[in-house]
Design a protein around this ligand. Structure first.
Ligand SMILES: [Zn+2]
Length: 165
């Protein structure tokens, strides 16, 4: 996963105006804030960003992000895969342009400042962090203390895992 998008910036309005697109795989290890929440940083997210200009002259970035990061289960502390499928539409608000009314905007759309040097990686990481569950859990599992008597996962391993969080 060498192609991390690190340092990649786009002129957001120009990107939208020209209908450009960007398609990459981003290793989890390239996103430190996300990596902090993961059991393992193996794997990657598939990203596609499309620039659009609509009939009203509004500029948009359309984000498609897919992947399956392995989060830490808050009950048993084991890894739990979470399917990430994000499709979001970000309206670019340029200088002097009016911000869309929050109440009127539909849920799938959001507005961001139209930056000349928009850091794509941190934008993507932000979107993914927002999409993750606050307390990820397996549907069925047991807290480590309940199975400490068995020879499965040791309470010490669980403790070490807790310290990492
Ligand atoms: Zn669990």
């Amino acid at each position: 996963m060498s192609d991390s998008l690190a340092g990649t910036v786009i002129d957001s309005l120009e990107f939208a105006r020209s209908g450009a697109f960007l398609q990459r795989s981003i290793g989890f290890d390239a996103m430190p804030r996300l990596a902090d929440l993961l059991v393992s940083t193996d794997g990657s997210l598939e990203l596609r960003v499309d620039g659009r200009r609509d009939a009203q002259g509004k500029s948009w970035l359309l984000l498609n992000i897919e992947g399956a990061p392995e989060l830490r289960c808050q009950r048993c502390l084991g890894g739990v895969r979470h399917d990430v499928r994000i499709k979001s539409r970000l309206q670019l608000v340029g200088p002097g342009e009016e911000w869309p009314d929050e109440d009127l905007a539909d849920d799938s759309a959001d507005a961001i400042e139209a930056e000349r040097e928009l850091a794509v990686l941190s934008l993507v990481e932000e979107e993914v962090l927002l999409a993750l569950p606050i307390a990820p859990r397996h549907e069925h599992c047991e807290a480590p203390s309940a199975s400490a008597a068995g020879n499965g996962s040791s309470p010490f391993a669980a403790l070490a895992a807790l310290k990492k969080v």
